[in-house]
Design a protein around this ligand. Sequence first.
Ligand code: UT7
Length: 332
Amino acid sequence: MKKQQAAITGIEGYVPDDVLTNHDLAKIVDTNDEWITTRTGIKERRILKKGKASSDMGAAAAKKLLEKKQMQASEIDMIICATATPDMIFPSTACIIADKIGAQNAFAYDLMAACSGFLYGLATAAKFIETNTYKKILVIGTDKMSSIVNYKDRATCIIFGDGAGAVLLEPNTEGLGIQDSILKSDGSGRSFLHMKAGGSKHPASFETVKNNEHSVYQDGKTVFKYAVKNMADVSAEIMKKNNLFSDDIQWLVPHQANKRIIDATARRMGIGDEKVMLNIHKYGNTTNGTIPLCLWDWESELKKGDNLILAAFGGGFTWGSIYLKWAYDSNK
Ligand code: UT7
């Protein structure tokens, strides 16, 4: 029997309708469009309405994907939801999504690796397919970052947005799909990017709310330094490991945290801007949503056999890279 690999066979995304532009933010905090654009590449981001949660976006993307694939939700074996903004600490957002889409035969769980979560999820799901354990797996990246952003903190509120993407993974015996992954983490970086309260160490209290400890804290300069180095290093490493040269790669699919980090990664890989998926200008950093939202935006341009390098860096620290061969020509 030929080796069984895990291939993405469908992709969908969901972004909320409400747009928050740089000009809107300049009315709330001391910032301006020029600073945000030149430092990050972001022009606007989407914001999910109050009362809606990460599961609503994840379920919306998953439902569209099932419709597109003309599949029943009952066919799904497993759902991994990568999120840093679960609806609640428990039960998992994956269980809530499974219920919302009617995937009653799936077992579902969340995976927490901050901005690298979607890559961790893909690599994990791939193992269940490669070992012939399951045949249809949804990997969903969804984050309502606006629910944990302090809109008085100009260093963080300009970066994040809300959004979700979902992919279907199925077995492939033509040599297509996920070829390799390199995933890394270093918990000593946790103090530079975290949300201090709301967990078991600092449960919610009057003090934690008063001190704004339920929102993202980021030491931007330090995170930037580590992100630039590690995302570029791991992307170069996966190329070397798989004997890939820049001409062999059709697309770099980077986590969208800062255009300058993406540019540095592409330069290190020897890849021109025309091969880099970039949608940070319209969605900002949607954490687990960035990579599937890129694939969704570019789906119509992807061709069967294209070599893609996916790369991310995020809180933890966590980072990694996945090399995959795209498995289908889209008729989107
Ligand atoms: O996705 C998870 C991983 N996260 C990342 O990869 C993000 C990594 N970090 C970054 O992308 C960047 O560090 C930021 C975009 C967050 C910040 O850009 P920076 O070029 O590192 O700015 P900085 O923090 O060094 O601040 C430079 C200056 C400071 O003023 P002074 O001290 O030089 O007078 C800040 O106070 O810019 C000021 N500043 C702002 N000015 C206008 C900081 N935020 C703003 C703002 N508008 N929103």
